[in-house]
Design a protein around this ligand. Structure first.
Ligand SMILES: [Zn+2]
Length: 223
């Protein structure tokens, strides 16, 4: 009876949850969001021509991943790409490079905090409340999330929308294997990197020997 009364007086029902296209899994979307975010942090923002790389990144994986939310907002399939020109067409190259550099630093700071469960929980909640991500379902009935490209999003918000989608689907890997290299700031998801606090390019000799000790012994040559 209580349920019936709630339904009768509910004048503001929840919007329909977006359904991902067939063959597109919620986990696959989350993984693609992770790879796109890492590509920005590790490659795009480190490029000396980051202003150009950023525009290519926007029109590539970012445009594709945010296309689901564009479709969700119109209610019909859309081939619209993210409008790079409208968002950044009037920004000087030098200024854009500075904004990309600053955004990378801010994203790195957030990523470092996500190894803490409480910080990560608050981060994910804020991403939902701020509309950086919205809920979806895939064809298998799995619940997932998709990133939203808001008109006035900052670069940081664009990257963090991807991170939030991934965190909500694969949060245990943030707690156990996310690593921001202490020497070069390269971001990886690797439990060995995490344990030593550095990327594979900056591993210490001590840890390398410990890992080598665990490898299967090579077959002995016979005389
Ligand atoms: Zn490194």
């Amino acid at each position: 009876m209580a349920v019936c009364m709630e339904q009768s007086f509910d004048s503001n029902p929840r919007p329909t949850v977006f359904q991902l296209p067939r063959q597109t899994g919620a986990l696959a979307v989350a993984q693609a969001c992770r790879e796109s975010a890492l590509h920005f942090v590790n490659e795009v923002a480190s490029d000396e021509n980051s202003h150009r790389s950023f525009l290519v990144w926007l029109s590539g994986s970012y445009s594709w991943l945010t296309s689901y939310a564009r479709e969700a907002s119109t209610g019909r399939p859309s081939d619209d790409r993210f409008n790079v020109q409208a968002a950044y067409g009037g920004v000087e190259s030098e200024m854009l490079r500075e904004r990309i550099t600053d955004a990378r630093e801010e994203v790195l700071s957030v990523l470092r905090s996500l190894t803490d469960e409480e910080c990560a929980y608050q981060f994910a909640g804020a991403a939902i409340v701020d509309g950086l991500i919205i809920e979806c379902h895939d064809g298998e009935g799995n619940r997932g999330w998709i990133p939203v490209a808001q008109k006035n999003s900052t670069i940081v918000q664009r990257i963090l929308s991807l991170v939030a989608v991934d965190y909500l689907m694969q949060g245990e890997e943030y707690e156990g294997s996310l690593c921001v290299c202490g020497r070069c700031d390269r971001v990886s998801f690797d439990s060995i990197d995490r344990a030593r606090g550095s990327c594979r390019h900056h591993n210490s000799g001590i840890y390398a020997r410990r890992i080598a000790d665990t490898w299967p012994a090579a077959p002995r040559e016979t005389a």
